[in-house]
Structures are given as structure tokens and as C-alpha cells.
Design a protein around this ligand. Structure first.
Ligand code: ZN
Length: 410
């Protein structure tokens, strides 16, 4: 809180780097950002696991490619899928290695148009906020980056700036996965502009979704020896999962998280058909939220061992299937230079969140990623999504100072 007050009232004394910021240009930036955000909001780019809702993001990618080319970036598209067509956009300013990545996703979640007070695809300004689908999460990020670059002399760049616009973050993270698989180094630090109300987020949990399928043998219920009961077996597996959960909660405790231990949720079970038949099939869906200290591969191996061991003891075929590739936890050190800078500039101490992001994929490419954006996660993924204009404009100053610190000469 102290740092926050100091920053608000005397930025030039405490943070000399900020003296280069041209605060007087804000009204221009506001109208420029509003116009560009309206353009992006008007281009539908829903991504969804259900093909009935899934759309191409090509319109948004084309619009961004045009804007960033005009701003002097060299842009390239990376194909993510063909049907519908989806792309990542990689826009680069300056040359060499290292530097800064500013990353956002181009897609939005599906929407309930009947519950909106205004058209979700028409940017609407009310009460100091911009309303529209994807306004906070996170189409506003791309115009804010362009505003932050406004007037910055390209000859001052000593390290590259890469702006990344990904596909499918809201559904499968396919864009980030394609990027990570390409192995290309993008920069030393990455700022991902997801909605955090200008609080730097350096850690979040990972997600592992699992499906356990058991195939036993049916038979008359009057004689258990006539079959192998998949429900009996699943009962034992569930007991084993609960024991695993208790042990994991003792092994991995981190008070920085609201829920300070890993979780395992038994989400859905399906099996059997009749009380007088031995149950031959049973399926269980569960999810695990992993702490940053936990190994993804190690966790999968432990659950798989449990399934095989218990199902073998029942004479049943048991299998662990991962319907969605797991997402690792984000674990950027609090001591990272980018965490420290964003904390200074915003006046907010670094925190953790419960939602997953593309950060772990960028960290796998050698970045130190921090999640930091002007929106509020509480307004995202629901009707009347908005971003506060004052906070969005403040993000421009912070982006500018961050670009100067990591990409420009002194
Ligand atoms: Zn998002």
C-alpha cells in the first residue's frame, strides 16, 4: 500500500524511468485505443471445445497483422488448425536475441446474447468502462501495446520486442501448444495481458483432467464369481485417489494460494445398467489442480500406477486416459526482474491466481512470464464484460516503461 501511494503521487522522484512517458498524449490514446478495440470486438473469434460454437480467429489476426505492420513490426502467421482456420500471430520489432514478449490471446469464450444489455460485438462506453465481448479478456491488450509504442524512437531498441497473439487459449490452448512445440525462443521475459486488475501474477496451479475407464465382466448378480464388477473396482480406485489427495495435501502446501494445497475433484461417474447384473463398465472423470512444486509427469505416473494396481487386483482392465493435454503450473520466481518492475510500476505486490494461462508454455520456451493486465477476471466470461478505461490507460504507461526497461537503451 505504501509503494502504491508513493507511486501515485511522485512517480518522477521514485521511478526516473517514467519521465519519458508523455502523459499529455492520453486523450489521443484513449480515442485511438477505443477505435481499435471496437474494431477487434466487432470481429467474432469464439473458441470452444464444442464445434457448434467454435470459430476461426483469422479476422482478428488479419486486423492485428495490419495494425502491427503499419507500426513497423515484421509479422508472421503460424498455422494452428485448418478447420476452422486458426493462427498465432508473431509480430517482431527490432532484432537480436532476448528482449521482451507481450502476449495475448485472440479468442473469446461463447456468449449468451440475450443476457447482454448491449450488443456484445459493438463496443459500448458507459460509466467509464468499455463493454464488449473480449474487451477485458483480452482484446484491449493489443491496442494498448500500440499506444505504448506511440512516439518511441525505433533506433532506441537494443533488444527485440515480440508481440504474440495466440489462438484457442479459451478452449484447448492449441495456439500456445503449437508455439511451444516449435521451440522457437521468443524472448527472456513475457508479459501476458490477461485480466488481473494490474496485479502481477507469477504463479498459478496446473490442471490435469483424467478419465479412468474400467472394463470388467458382466454376470448374474446372485454369484459374484460369474463376473468382475467394475463398480467394486472403481470404489477401491476412488478410495486410492482420496488417499493420494490426502498425502499430496501434506506434501505440497503453499500459503501463497487461496486454496493452499493441490486438489483432486471426483467430477462424474458412469457405470452399470441393472441391479441384478454384475457391472461390467465404469468410467470416472476427475481433475487435479497441481501446485507449482509438483511434477506433471510424476503425478500422471502415480495415478496410472494406482489404476493399474487396483484394477489388476480385481481382474479388470483399467486405463487412465487424458482427454485434454495437461497444463503445467506457472512458477516464475518472485525475484524475476519483470515481477519486480511490474510490482513497482503498479504498486501491487505479486500474487497467485486460481485460473490457468499460457504462461507455462512461454516459460517452457525460456521466458520468465508474468500475468498482468487491466481487466478484472470477475467480469470476464460473462454477460456485460467490460474493462475500466482509467485502468486501461494506466496500463499504457506501464507497458511503455516495461518496453523501455527491457528493449531500449538507457
Ligand atoms: Zn483470457
Amino acid at each position: 500500500m505504501l509503494a502504491y501511494l508513493v507511486f501515485r503521487h511522485s512517480p518522477r522522484v521514485i521511478f526516473p524511468d517514467l519521465t519519458r512517458i508523455r502523459l499529455t498524449t492520453m486523450p489521443t490514446h484513449e480515442s485511438q485505443v477505443k477505435q481499435q478495440l471496437a474494431e477487434l470486438v466487432a470481429l467474432p473469434s469464439v473458441s470452444a471445445v464444442d464445434p457448434a460454437f467454435d470459430m476461426s480467429n483469422a479476422g482478428v489476426v488479419d486486423a492485428l497483422a495490419s495494425r502491427y505492420s503499419d507500426a513497423g513490426f515484421s509479422v508472421s502467421r503460424q498455422e494452428v488448425s485448418l478447420t476452422p482456420s486458426k493462427f498465432n500471430l508473431i509480430a517482431r520489432l527490432g532484432s537480436g536475441s532476448g528482449g521482451l514478449v507481450l502476449s495475448g490471446h485472440t479468442d473469446t469464450v461463447p456468449f449468451d446474447s440475450g443476457l447482454w444489455d448491449s450488443d456484445p460485438f459493438v463496443l459500448s462506453e458507459r460509466d467509464g468502462c468499455w463493454y464488449g465481448l473480449g474487451s477485458a479478456d483480452m482484446k484491449c491488450f493489443f491496442p494498448l501495446v500500440l499506444a505504448a509504442l506511440d512516439g518511441l524512437d525505433p533506433s532506441r531498441f537494443v533488444a527485440p520486442l515480440t508481440v504474440l497473439a495466440t489462438a484457442d487459449e479459451e478452449s484447448s490452448m492449441a495456439g500456445a501448444r503449437v508455439l511451444a512445440a516449435s521451440g522457437q525462443a521468443l524472448g527472456d521475459f513475457a508479459l501476458i495481458g490477461e485480466p488481473t486488475q494490474l496485479i502481477p501474477i507469477h504463479q498459478h496451479k496446473g490442471i490435469l483432467i483424467g478419465r479412468i475407464e474400467l472394463l470388467g465382466r458382466s454376470g448374474h448378480s446372485s454369484d459374484p464369481s460369474l463376473g468382475a464388477n467394475a463398480l467394486d473396482c472403481m470404489h477401491d480406485i476412488m478410495s486410492g485417489l482420496k488417499e493420494w489427495r490426502s498425502r499430496a495435501a501434506e506434501r505440497f502446501v503453499d500459503g501463497a494460494f487461496k486454496v493452499p494445497v493441490p486438489t483432486l475433484n471426483l467430477g462424474r461417474i458412469n457405470g452399470g445398467d441393472s441391479p441384478n447384473r454384475i457391472c461390467a463398465n465404469c468410467e470416472l472423470l476427475f481433475d487435479i489442480r497441481l501446485m507449482p512444486q509438483m511434477s506433471l509427469d510424476g503425478t500422471v505416473a502415480e495415478i496410472r500406477d494406482l489404476v493399474v494396481k487396483v484394477s489388476d487386483a480385481h481382474g479388470i482392465k483399467g486405463e487412465l486416459i487424458l482427454p485434454m493435454a495437461p497444463i503445467a503450473a506457472l512458477d516464475t520466481p518472485a525475484s524475476s526482474a519483470l515481477v519486480g518492475l511490474l510490482s513497482e510500476l503498479s504498486g501491487n505486490a505479486p500474487q497467485t491466481v486460481a485460473f490457468a494461462t499460457e504462461g507455462p508454455f512461454l516459460n517452457a520456451l525460456g521466458c520468465e512470464s508474468v500475468i498482468f493486465g487491466p481487466g478484472n477476471i470477475a467480469t470476464a466470461h460473462q454477460p456485460n464484460e467490460y474493462v475500466e478505461i482509467a485502468r486501461a490507460l494506466r496500463m499504457i504507461e506501464i507497458l511503455r516503461a516495461t518496453i523501455e526497461r527491457f528493449c531500449c537503451d538507457g
